[in-house]
Ligand binder design. Structure first.
Ligand code: MG
Length: 279
């Protein structure tokens, strides 16, 4: 199954994909209002989907997969080639930072380069969405807490990321984190390790790896995060980017107005966004 959050005539809702249509479950009577609510309620679609309206995918605006997560936890430096190109030492625990919900956009929505910087960089990543509440989750049970996966572009304002040792400002400018196009359930994704992850800027491949190259794998990340916080349905964990970022190229390769950036992960999807300058 592929679930989407969308807006139609300014109203936010959610549904699942059926060919070129969206079955707009969230618009049915008594249905959970958001995809996050639906995940929290256990995704029982049997009653609400029968009467749900069918919409053309082309007539809705896709929103970030989860527009209103309680938490967005991002893992930094989680692929060896990116750790090396960043000149960072090996560490025993995941490097974590947070994003805020209003830094996110959906598939086909422009990413916005702020006026404060030209150092706008791409980071293609796999995101997962948490399915149920959990604390102290053992790593061998971690996948039971995954509702599904989506592509993420953790686009970064590099000079603001490096003002101090803390990443947060450079990761939270408005409309810099692309999340989509859809939430693909684990049964449709299958084993993760051999899936390729690629980022293209204006059609040219700039990042390419496989998910098995993560330094801290998904069970380790879930177990670690659930030790210091309680994971809740709809929480988002963004799992890190491979090498090849624009900052580490000679000369640096920054995203600019008019560019098109794509993150593609086998079996998960293709996330495409244009880039515009803030007005
Ligand atoms: Mg990142």
């Amino acid at each position: 199954m592929k679930y989407v959050s969308f807006a139609l005539s300014g109203q936010a809702s959610w549904g699942y994909l059926e060919g070129e249509n969206v079955v707009a479950v969230g618009l049915g009577d008594g249905a959970p209002v958001t995809l996050r609510d639906a995940i929290a309620s256990g995704m029982d679609l049997s009653a609400s989907s029968r009467q749900a309206p069918r919409l053309r995918l082309s007539e809705v605006e896709l929103l970030p997969v989860i527009p209103n997560p309680g938490k967005i936890i991002c893992v930094g430096l989680n692929y060896e080639d990116h750790r090396k190109e960043s000149g960072r030492a090996q560490v025993g625990h995941p490097t974590l930072f947070a994003r805020f919900a209003n830094s996110q956009v959906g598939h086909n929505h422009p990413l916005v380069r702020p006026k404060e910087s030209t150092e706008f960089d791409y980071e293609g990543e796999l995101a997962l969405v948490v399915s149920r509440r959990g604390r102290f989750i053992p790593s061998d049970e971690a996948f039971e807490y995954v509702a599904g996966y989506a592509c993420y572009n953790d686009a970064s304002i590099r000079d603001w990321q490096r003002h101090t040792s803390q990443f947060l400002p450079g990761k939270n400018f408005i409309a810099t984190g692309a999340f989509g196009p859809s939430l693909v359930t684990p049964d449709d994704v299958g084993p993760l390790d051999d899936l390729r992850i690629r980022t293209r800027l204006n059609g040219e491949m700039v990042q390419e790896s496989t998910l098995g190259h993560m330094i801290f794998d998904i069970p380790t990340i879930i177990s670690y995060c659930s030790t210091f916080t309680e994971l809740e349905p709809g929480d988002v964990i963004v799992t890190g980017t491979p090498g090849g970022v624009g900052m580490k190229r000679t000369p640096p390769l920054w995203m600019k107005d008019g560019d098109v950036v794509e993150v593609e992960i086998d079996r998960v999807g293709l996330l495409r966004n244009s880039v515009i300058d803030a007005r």
